[in-house]
Design a protein around this ligand. Sequence first.
Ligand code: C5P
Length: 228
Amino acid sequence: MAPDGGDPAAPVICVDGPGGSGKSTLAALLADSLQWRHLDSGALYRLVAAAALERGMSLEDREALAGLAARLDFRFEDADPAVSGEAPGPDIRSEPVGAAASTIAAYPELRSAILSRQRAARRPPGLVADGRDMGTVVFPDAPLKIYLDANPEVRAERRNKQLKNKGLNVSFRALLVGIHERDARDRERAAAPLKPAGDAVVIDSTAMNLDEVLGQALALVRERGLDR
Ligand code: C5P
């Protein structure tokens, strides 16, 4: 057992990629099919951002934000991670929370405040973890790393559909601008920038449907013997 509570012997599949690439959906389906746990790491950054917005905190106060991240009691039991004892704040899937999450995710002190809690999710029979730095920083020894990409227009279209299904209406243009801004912030930051790990398998889902992406991912799972 590692000091952070995780089990380094448990296998991990990392699914990293930009927003709207479908990585959370793919990770949830893989976890379901293998009966492994699922860590949606982006939800943790979103929960910290929502809690900060709810408290009216400045998004520039790195130290206070890292302190907040260290104090929050994340719960992973439900399909969507949540925080115990928090008043319901803004919807963590909303665009303002996503933008705030991407701003505060650039702070190294905040990232290290939640690092051990991500590693603690690594427990038998296995973990499927999605985010930006699962393969590069959080689980560098994972036996399978997938980097899921898609062009920005397709990602904006997918996000648009997701939001519409939730009854939220945001213009396609605004979504596309937001995606470009967030991509730039996530890729250009010094701390854990978004990039494929050297040993990641890159899947470009621009012209693929979900079944095709899942099929490719499951083929990799079998190839690596992770389904036994
Ligand atoms: O994946 P999702 O869009 O929910 O992530 C929200 C934000 O959290 C991203 O824009 C990114 O800046 C940040 N994030 C991160 N590292 C992760 C997961 C998410 O920096 N592992």
